[in-house]
Ligand binder design. Structure first.
Ligand SMILES: CCCCCCCC/C=C\CCCCCCCC(=O)N[C@@H](CC(N)=O)C(=O)O
Ligand SMILES: [Zn+2]
Ligand SMILES: [Zn+2]
Length: 488
């Protein structure tokens, strides 16, 4: 029986060094077998799609709320866990630890997903089908995996009568994909009103990266200590409508198309050398063989060369500059009418060394056509950089747990997240925000996030549960000074 053997496999894992005893306890067995990964498949089947802040699938979100209560009964009935529904569909769990002197932390995830039309998928995106050892569907990597793994790890701990020492919050947003204004933003305001200060936050974001850098054969874990800023910008051209049999020299569509084409063809300046990327590369240098290790250790000299190499690949390019993506275009009402208005949406991700205002100025200079109007829909600057030194509790706990659960991953580096997360709404509660998913990511699976054929292997999901199971316990252990990561 496939499901049973997968569950047993987890119990046999020997590398759980810190808290192996809990896993080996037979008492856990029945709970693991019934809950280990079926809850994720069920979660994928609920189409919690967000289209815009005003257009979310309320029915599915309500069903999702019922679903997690059903599959994680212990979490929702434990006396020291307070459950609140915020903004109608987001969930805040407050887990009261036994030692009030320890500062609480927060684990985060979100239940909504981006749309997924059936076209191009090997398996229907909301079927939650398991095939060839993978659970398929929208949300398996972004981000129902994390949401279910957090609750599943907590359910397992509670079923073992585990009582946390350090209090923690679990914040599960329902509108992360469309701004977080009704979920994360409201949870953040509520916690601020309660005078809560957090030791750190762990949210989705970067991964254990494998195959992203040519010549680097070994995977490495990248914990995002910041994330890019963002602008959603609407460009609009208005012209006099008329009969298409006698077209004017220029139409709203033509003018707008030329403007967005200029934007696409004119990359924003390469900002290599500013922001956390230099730190990332320097900490990664020892993973490379000669001469790349020397090049990366001497960026004062080889910076220009490295920056040009990074520009060549569209993923690493996103680390060195502000990016400009044309995501929506709308114009025209009938085949024989010159359209009065043409609109385009540009999704811009701002490099840490730039600001919203600087980027808007650059965009206007590139477009250089005063017939094009600009409407800023949403905008925020890049996020502050969280600490990653030896005293940084959240970072060190992540590093410690990565090294225990993924012993083959020898390097953990701080980096930047090119996407945005709900955690950006919590800068009022902590200066230590870490964006990390305990999963391997390859370039192909990166493309599946917001793309097609998103899937997670069953062992990868099990490992994510195990990671959180151990992380919660590590956060309760007495902290010792962390050894230096690169000690000989
Ligand atoms: C030198 C090292 C090379 C490193 C390559 C970087 C590989 C990138 C790896 C992971 C990035 C995945 C980003 C996932 C974030 C997903 C969050 C998301 O989808 N957010 C939405 C919604 C929002 N909150 O704004 C978004 O549009 O960003
Ligand atoms: Zn996400
Ligand atoms: Zn997403």
């Amino acid at each position: 029986m496939k499901r049973r053997s997968a569950a047993l496999e987890i119990l046999n894992l020997k590398e759980l060094s810190v808290h192996r005893g809990l896993w080996e306890n037979q008492w856990l067995l029945s709970s693991v077998i019934s809950h280990l990964y079926t809850p994720l498949t069920g979660a994928i089947r609920i189409p919690t799609v967000s289209f815009s802040p005003e257009n979310v699938n309320a029915t599915a979100l309500a069903e999702f709320g019922e679903y997690i209560r059903t599959v994680f009964p212990t979490v929702f009935k434990t006396s020291f866990i307070r459950h609140e529904v915020i903004g109608e569909y987001s969930h805040l769990l407050t887990v009261r630890g036994s030692d009030p002197s320890l500062q609480p932390y927060m684990l985060m995830a979100h239940s909504d997903v981006v749309p997924a039309p059936d076209e191009g998928w090997e398996v229907p995106p909301f079927s939650g089908l398991e095939r060839d050892g993978f659970i398929h569907g929208r949300g398996t990597l972004d981000n129902k995996n994390s949401l279910m793994a957090i609750l599943q790890a907590l359910e397992l701990l509670l079923n073992r009568n585990y009582i946390p020492r350090r209090s923690f919050f679990i914040a599960l947003g329902h509108d992360e994909e469309v701004s977080g204004q009704n979920g994360a933003q409201k949870i953040s305001a509520l916690l601020q009103a309660r005078d809560i200060k957090l030791a750190f936050i762990v949210d989705e974001g970067n991964f254990i990266l494998d195959g992203f850098i040519p010549h680097l054969k070994k995977p490495f874990a990248m914990i995002a200590v910041s994330e890019k800023g963002s602008i959603n910008l609407r460009l609009e051209v208005n012209m006099t409508p008329g009969h298409s049999s006698a077209p004017p020299k220029e139409t709203s569509i033509g003018i707008l198309a030329a403007a967005v084409s200029r934007l696409e063809q004119t990359p924003m300046p390469n900002m290599f050398g500013s922001g956390p990327l230099k730190m990332t590369l320097q900490e990664l240098a020892h993973e490379f063989s000669f001469p790349a290790n020397i090049i990366l250790s001497n960026l004062w000299l080889f910076g220009p060369l490295v920056s040009r190499l990074m520009e060549r690949n569209y993923i690493t390019n996103a680390l060195v500059r502000t990016t400009t993506a044309l995501t929506m275009f709308n114009a025209g009402v009938k085949v024989n009418v010159i359209p009065p208005v043409a609109q385009a949406i540009i999704n811009i991700r701002i490099h840490p060394a730039q600001t919203v205002q600087e980027v808007l100025d650059l965009v206007k200079n590139i477009v250089a056509d005063n017939r094009v109007q600009f409407h800023v829909l949403t905008a925020f600057d890049p996020l502050p950089v969280s600490p990653s030194d030896h005293q940084a509790l959240g970072y060190q706990l992540l590093r410690q747990t990565i090294q225990s659960i993924f012993p083959e991953v020898s390097t953990v580096v701080p980096g930047i997240c090119i996407g945005n997360t709900d955690s950006r709404h919590y800068t009022n509660l902590t200066t230590s925000i870490y964006r990390f998913n305990p999963l391997y990511l390859h370039p192909q699976s990166f493309r599946s996030i917001h793309g097609i054929n998103e899937k997670i292997s069953v062992p990868a999901y099990e490992t994510q549960v195990k990671f959180i199971f151990e992380f919660i316990q590590n956060a309760d252990a007495d902290q010792e000074p962390a050894p230096h990561q690169h000690e000989l």
